[in-house]
Design a protein around this ligand. Structure first.
Ligand SMILES: CC(C)(COP(=O)(O)OP(=O)(O)OC[C@H]1O[C@@H](n2cnc3c(N)ncnc32)[C@H](O)[C@@H]1OP(=O)(O)O)[C@@H](O)C(=O)NCCC(=O)NCCS
Length: 119
């Protein structure tokens, strides 16, 4: 049986969906010990209450304990304080693609590459 490829982790509050994050294993066997997280998002009216941090923490636990992964990575939009958000959760910046994201004419942002290891 092939290893589990992805997991959607959701957060609920008062019976409603308040956030989610997608955890993926790289399908390439060469980097199969790595995972990545995508689409972390919390409901705007529930932000600043620890839901985002809890989702990232749960993704880390699932990656380590259930998927047997050894490292996690992500790419975040620069200029929005996300590096600090993840750094407080143990992630570190591994590099960035300068000006890779064009949000609008004249608003280019770096794509910030972050890594979490060990899990
Ligand atoms: C980023 C995001 C998931 C954080 O969700 P959240 O539920 O507010 O997160 P938390 O409440 O766990 O925040 C934990 C801490 O980080 C801080 N924080 C949250 N978002 C931050 C940001 N963009 N920049 C800097 N700090 C941030 C919070 O103020 C909080 O600080 P505190 O512990 O001193 O109160 C949410 O703002 C979001 O959905 N943003 C839009 C989508 C997005 O940018 N996703 C990231 C993709 S890489």
């Amino acid at each position: 049986m092939s290893p589990e490829r992805s997991r959607l982790i959701v957060a609920r509050g008062d019976g409603a969906l308040v956030g989610w994050v997608l955890l993926r294993r790289d399908p390439d066997r060469l980097v199969g010990h790595w995972g990545s997280i995508h689409h972390l998002q919390t409901r705007p009216d529930r932000r600043g209450r620890g839901v985002g941090a809890a989702l990232v923490g749960e993704a880390r636990r699932v990656a380590r304990d259930e998927l047997g992964l050894e490292q996690l990575r992500l790419a975040a939009r620069g200029g929005e304080g996300l590096e600090e958000f993840y750094a407080r959760l143990g992630w570190r910046e591994a590099g960035r693609w300068p000006g890779a994201l064009r949000l609008a004419p004249g608003d280019d942002r770096d794509e910030v590459l972050m890594v979490l290891t060990p899990l």
